[in-house]
Design a protein around this ligand. Structure first.
Ligand code: ATP
Ligand code: MG
Length: 557
């Protein structure tokens, strides 16, 4: 997270400006915001922006934020999603004041509908959806009044009550607001308020067979909760007029809607509908597959809440839609993990090194858990005569300025000794079997009196105590920057190489890894234990690679 002084210096975003104005001029003493997900999927990185914004505002200013499930569509909503959303918001580090459901308000919304009918501002329409579409007009042409538009209040009341009582089939009738079929805003052309849907609802069961539309639930729920600043994304700008109209006609608490731009990131999709397809059609292993841009996927991948909050903070709040580079998200997690991750050594593609003049046994070296964190302490690393290094840390005929191991050349083994390559042992076919080195006993890290300066430092593991682990290396889920359906199917752009499973040889300290522990495998990247791991088999997810990791470690020595 950016520190507090940093935050102070930052200029206010446009919502903060509005809120400060409202607090300064006494419009409000404190504010209420809400995060209103529809429980029809898992939250993704776009939602994180909205969460950080809504909860962030009431951390900064007096007031509170509700978590409100916008559960007005019984067909697509499930309790599993409700639970995952709560987990994700908490994991991101936020706590809501009240947990609410639009379905809590079904009785009130029904009363509101009757009130509009009684005021002559709503009517029951028997037109089919095709007929209604035909009468809607276009942005440049007015629509036509429905033949049912002038029903009496009594008839409308009677029909609406019977709609509620289940007397009619799905789609047979709707309740519409009576506004203006020639309105320049198409959404004001007698919008539908209620539709008939004989469907089981995850919370209200079979009590209702009519359900309010988004526009007749959202603003009303805001009003019931006395939300002062109802923040949504730009596509709702045209809805604001209807939002205000309904609140005015119902004479209820005047919540106000404010819009900000959606945040999307490249090389992925941020639409629950598309993410659901990836899950259902087995392109990924589930909503929390570490390649998914969901909060739960990022979490399993090893992202920290701090890094996601920092990302949302850096991209900020704007009025214009924009695509954010996934590189920024990776930058944020790298930056945080550099501060907190425990350093460990894992060799991925081993080649054996025999230290021919080393006769010690059971020597245990110490190495810092995290040079960035003085409190992180030390860990023990067994050293022995036979070790593994990475195959590509050795070259038989190296170019100039090659500072890794090569015949006659010296390198430092991280937190251990300086070794010198004396001999390369090959098989009959010319392949390298092992490398014979000697070590300088006086060059031990921390008490080095050898006076030798070497440029290269290699990670290594003791062959006898290395643990064989599985490492899942992830790449972008899509091979194009903007996977869309415009020319076919967005799934055609899936990156077939988005998961590579490799073996690694890990230092024994990793046996104690627990889920959500974060590690930097030296010179490789950041990793965390996957939930599929067992006592017998350690499985690590690569969160993100190190940027130019080799050059960095070389400097440290
Ligand atoms: P999706 O298209 O992925 O289903 P949605 O907007 O339908 O998204 P909701 O559950 O309705 O999903 O969203 C809850 C809140 O999160 C809304 O206020 C919505 O505006 C906001 N939100 C959703 N996606 C983004 C995004 N990409 N960037 C910023 N805010 C978002
Ligand atoms: Mg939605």
């Amino acid at each position: 997270m950016a520190d507090a002084t940093n935050k102070e210096e930052k200029s206010l975003n446009f919502l903060e400006e509005i809120i400060e104005e409202h607090l300064n001029n006494g419009t409000y003493k404190s504010i209420v915001t809400r995060f209103p997900p529809e429980p029809n999927g898992y939250l993704h990185i776009g939602h994180a922006s909205s969460i950080c914004l809504n909860f962030g505002l009431t951390q900064k200013y007096p007031g509170y934020t509700n978590l409100r499930f916008d559960d007005t569509n019984p067909v697509t909503e499930e309790t599993e999603y409700v639970e995952s959303i709560k987990d994700d918001v908490r994991w991101l580090g936020f706590e809501w004041k009240y947990e609410r459901y639009a379905s809590d308000y079904f009785d009130t919304l029904y009363e509101y509908a009757l009130k509009l009918i009684d005021k002559g501002l709503a009517y029951v329409d028997d037109s089919t959806s095709e007929e209604m579409a035909a009468m809607k007009g276009t942005p440049t042409e007015p629509g036509k009044d429905s033949p049912y538009r002038n029903r009496s209040v009594e008839e409308n009341r009677d029909l609406f009550v019977r709609m509620k009582n289940g007397e009619f089939q799905d789609g047979a009738r709707t309740l519409r607001a009576k506004i203006d079929m020639a309105h320049i805003n198409m959404l004001m052309r007698d919008p539908i308020l209620y539709r008939i849907k004989h469907a089981h609802h995850h919370r209200t069961g079979d009590i209702w067979c009519i359900y309010p539309m988004y526009d007749f639930a959202h603003g009303q729920s805001d009003s019931i909760e006395e939300v002062t600043h109802s923040i949504c994304t730009m596509e709702f700008v045209p809805h604001r007029e209807l939002y205000d109209w309904l609140i005015e006609k119902l004479e209820i608490y005047p919540s106000h809607q404010y819009e900000f731009a959606r945040r999307n990131i490249n090389y992925t999709v941020t639409s629950k509908r598309k993410l659901l397809q990836l899950v259902n059609e087995n392109y990924v292993t589930g909503w929390d597959d570490p390649r998914m841009p969901t909060i739960s996927g990022l979490r399993r991948r090893g992202y920290t809440p701090e890094s996601i909050r920092e990302f949302c903070d850096r991209i900020g709040v704007a009025k214009r839609d924009n695509m954010v580079d996934v590189g920024l998200l990776e930058f944020c997690v790298r930056e945080h993990l550099n501060k907190i991750a425990l350093r460990r050594m894992v060799v991925f593609d081993p080649i054996k090194v025999v230290i021919t003049n080393y006769n010690g046994s059971g020597e245990v070296l110490q190495s810092e858990n995290n040079p960035e964190d003085a409190n992180a302490g030390l860990r023990e690393i067994p050293f022995s005569r036979e070790i593994y290094i990475e195959r590509d840390d050795f070259m038989e005929n190296p170019p100039k300025k090659y500072f890794r191991l090569a015949p006659g050349q010296m390198v430092r083994l991280k937190s251990a000794y300086i070794i010198k390559c004396e001999q390369v042992i090959k098989a009959a076919d010319g392949s390298i079997v092992e490398i014979h080195c000697t070590y300088m006993p006086e060059s031990k890290s921390g008490s080095d009196t050898s006076g030798i300066n070497v440029k290269g430092t290699l990670h290594w593991v003791s062959a006898a105590s290395a643990l064989e682990v599985e490492v899942r290396e992830y790449d972008r889920l899509f091979r194009v920057e903007y996977p869309t359906d415009e020319e076919g199917d967005f799934k055609d752009y899936i990156n077939p190489g988005s998961l590579k499973v490799v073996k690694g040889y890990a230092e024994p300290a990793l046996a104690a890894a627990k889920p959500e522990d974060r590690f930097q495998f030296l010179r490789k990247g950041y990793y965390c234990l996957d939930k599929d791991a067992t006592d017998e088999k350690l499985i690590f997810n690569r969160t993100v690679t190190l940027k130019d990791g080799w050059a960095k470690e070389v400097k440290k020595g």
